[in-house]
Design a protein. Structure first.
Length: 103
């Protein structure tokens, strides 16, 4: 007999309810807002620079810039995704949003 055999009753792994759905191609991004970028006081920001300086601990599937806060300086930001509000705010401040292509 195999170790999980329960004498003809429904096995435990079939009796326990299965919950939720896991999307197989779901992307999780590391998120930064404009007010966080403004506090860095750097003119060129990239995902590698953020990892090296300890601002991000894990890049996950990429970096996404969101539009909370205001940008008071001209910066060049390299990221995998931008929200529309963030891209507009960076351009309005005279900066340059650079979209990095995913592998």
């Amino acid at each position: 007999m195999r170790p999980a055999f329960e004498g003809g009753q429904t096995p435990l792994h079939q009796r326990i309810p299965k919950r939720g759905f896991i999307q197989p191609h779901h992307k999780t991004y590391a998120i930064l807002n404009l007010d966080q970028l403004d506090r860095l006081k750097v003119s060129d920001i990239s995902p590698d620079w953020l990892l090296q300086n300890g601002i991000l601990k894990d890049l996950k599937d990429g970096l996404k810039i969101l539009g909370r806060g205001k940008l008071g300086q001209k910066i060049k930001v390299q990221a995998h995704r931008f929200s529309a509000q963030a891209m507009e705010a960076i351009k309005k401040a005279g900066g340059e949003p650079v979209l990095i292509e995913r592998k």
